[in-house]
Design a protein around this ligand. Structure first.
Ligand code: MF3
Ligand code: CO
Ligand code: CO
Length: 251
């Protein structure tokens, strides 16, 4: 069941979304060579608490930390750790979700550490564009599958692969609500968009030709590309409006 948010709920979602974006802005200067992903986690947890919010990932289905930090071949759900020290040439996706007054704001960006090889830099730029054009396809009366269709048509010329095992999602009082938002064309997403729907758009794009991913047996969370190729991701939480869309995770 896809929930249509009331004007009151939308106001709260705007506040939660804004705080999530501000958290990423706050973290950005710390995302440099030599920092551990644990340090980024701790900064995020502190900032969130100071803003009277809760880190949604912490203890979510047993997830052990406050944010996800996914480096290079990690597609998503990377666990912050003192052992993971960002080095020159790495890319890292930081995915934050805050709960403010019971409502969730979910957003992620992929950051470059120092001199990143041009091929990987291009992947990151194009993944951001993929998210942006996917969002631009949102309009009431259109089908949800326009998002995935738009992203797929844009990405296919580069020879990259689009991860299908993880999707965007409805979001509100719950972290993950209906619908699942596909980042490729799928008739499963033949769902008419209506004002008041709120969901994320969060494509994960692999540099290699393999879209498949493997979840670590060791920690049960870390998702890697099967061929260990680099993977990038960006995410926004978006509201369907009367005329189009509004990105809620802007600072
Ligand atoms: N923030 C992720 C998303 O975009 C979900 C992370 S779940 C966690 O949906 F448990 F790993 F935090
Ligand atoms: Co997220
Ligand atoms: Co999400």
């Amino acid at each position: 069941m896809i929930k249509i948010k009331t004007p009151k709920e939308i106001k709260k979602m705007r506040k939660a979304g804004k705080l999530a974006a501000q958290l990423l802005d706050y973290l950005e200067p710390f995302v440099v060579e030599g920092v551990t992903t644990q340090k980024l986690n701790d900064l995020a947890e502190k900032f969130t608490k100071e803003h009277d919010a809760i880190s949604a990932p912490l203890n979510y289905n047993g997830f052990p930390k406050s944010i996800c930090t996914s480096v290079n071949n990690v597609v998503c759900h990377g666990i912050p750790s003192n052992e993971v020290i960002l080095k020159n040439g790495d890319i890292v996706n930081i995915d934050v979700t805050v709960i403010l007054k019971k409502y969730h704001g979910d957003t992620s960006r992929t950051y470059l550490i120092g001199d990143v090889n041009p091929q990987v830099r291009k992947l990151v730029e194009r993944t951001k564009i993929a998210m942006e054009i996917g969002i631009k396809a949102i309009k009431p009366g259109k089908y949800l599958y326009e998002i995935g269709k738009t992203i797929e048509e844009y990405i296919k010329i580069f020879g990259y692969s689009i991860v299908e095992a993880y999707c965007g999602h409805g979001i509100g009082k719950d972290f993950h609500e209906d619908p699942a938002v596909m980042h490729t064309f799928s008739l499963d997403n033949k769902i008419e968009l209506k004002p008041g729907m709120i969901f994320t758009v969060e494509p994960m794009i692999n540099l290699g030709s393999k879209k498949d991913v493997i979840t670590s047996e060791e920690d049960g969370w870390t998702v890697r590309t099967v061929d260990n190729s680099v993977s990038a991701q960006f995410e926004h939480t978006v509201l369907v409006t009367e005329n189009g869309y509004e990105i809620l995770t802007l600072s």
